[in-house]
Design a protein around this ligand. Structure first.
Ligand code: MG
Length: 338
């Protein structure tokens, strides 16, 4: 195999076959993929959750992960947020001519490992090579399906007045870690992406705790934007206690220096959970016993909108008793973060 990717590796001919066999099959291997049919035959019972996401993060490697692990974790998490057990993923790669094959292999190997760790199979895929300059190294699209484990499934429109709002850990790490890597900011060296699969935590939440109204991963746009989406979909008000929102010191100080608000930075290994008040402690105990939920916290409560507040609002109570409105992210604070 040559050291860099040639255009004919995407031709569908011998060079493509070699790339698929030597690289993708060796790292993604499983009985479903191995059939190499046009589509994967899946054994799965409905109702199912299905999601897809494209990944364009720059640079492709950052502290705590890379574009490939992100593509696995992101789609596993999106499927999980419906209270589902993710089972199968597909991966589509857009590769730039001249891409370093060693870099590609590191990414593909880490994807295989991330999928095995999450307990999902990569069952179908596609590879295209585009001429130099037509994409930046590589873009990856993953899709995933999983079995929904509970009825009703959690939904962004199911938040109810009185619900406790929980977050599974500290926020803002992913966005800041990618920014630090991209701009070589040495003062952000201690900040690592939180990229992780949350499917096992979700499975325990929905099956052991139960009555989970909302699950959502606060990715692009961060905690503040995701809460705005949920408040809007459910027609409620989310009241947050600023001092209870977990934040790593390095993220807090990095954001101060850069003038960024950590509540709007992307997360790739965190979830928001809304559920009845009386279940909050049990859910926190489940989160904290998970490898990715050690810093889980209750950060707020859902209220029915009463004047002067309006449905869809997210209000942050500061430690000294002030209140400010957290609006949706305007524009893009950081492009190509995932
Ligand atoms: Mg999501």
């Amino acid at each position: 195999m040559t050291k860099t990717l040639l255009l004919d590796c995407g031709s569908g001919g011998r060079a493509s076959q070699r790339l698929i066999n030597e690289l993708f099959l060796s790292h993604f291997d499983n009985p479903v993929l191995r059939t190499l049919d046009d589509a994967a035959k899946l054994d799965i019972k409905g109702p199912i959750a299905m999601g897809t996401d494209g990944y364009t993060v720059a640079p492709p490697f950052f502290p705590g992960g890379n574009i490939g692990t992100l593509a696995i974790h992101g789609t596993v998490n999106d499927v999980s947020m419906l209270g589902a057990r993710p089972r199968y993923l597909t991966c589509s790669f857009i590769l730039e001519e001249g891409l370093d094959l060693e870099l590609l292999e590191r990414i593909v190997a880490s994807m295989g490992e991330a999928a095995r760790n999450a307990g999902v199979l990569i069952v179908s895929g596609d590879t295209k090579v585009v001429p130099r300059g037509m994409c930046d190294k590589l873009f990856i699209t993953t899709a995933g399906v999983g079995e929904i484990l509970v009825d009703p499934a959690p939904s962004g429109s199911s938040a109810r007045p009185g619900d406790a709002i929980l977050v599974s850990g500290a926020v803002g790490d992913h966005g800041l870690a990618v920014l630090g890597q991209r701009d070589s900011l040495s003062f952000l060296q201690g900040v690592e992406s939180d990229s992780a699969a949350l499917n096992r935590m979700v499975e325990r939440l929905v099956l052991e705790v139960g009555d989970i109204h909302v699950l959502r991963d606060p990715t692009r746009g961060g905690l503040a934007t995701t809460l705005n989406e949920i408040a809007g979909q459910s027609g409620v008000v989310c009241m947050l206690e600023e001092e209870h929102i977990p934040l790593h010191d390095a993220v807090r100080s990095g954001c101060d220096v850069l003038g960024l608000d950590p509540l709007y930075l992307a997360n790739e290994g965190k979830l928001l959970c809304f559920l009845p008040e009386e279940k909050a402690e049990a859910a926190l105990a489940v989160m904290r016993s998970d490898p990715h939920g050690g810093e889980a916290a209750r950060i707020g409560t859902v209220y029915a909108p009463e004047a002067p507040s309006r449905p869809g609002q997210v209000i942050l109570k500061t430690p000294i008793g002030g209140k400010r409105l957290l609006s949706m992210l305007e524009g893009d604070q950081l492009p190509r973060i995932c």
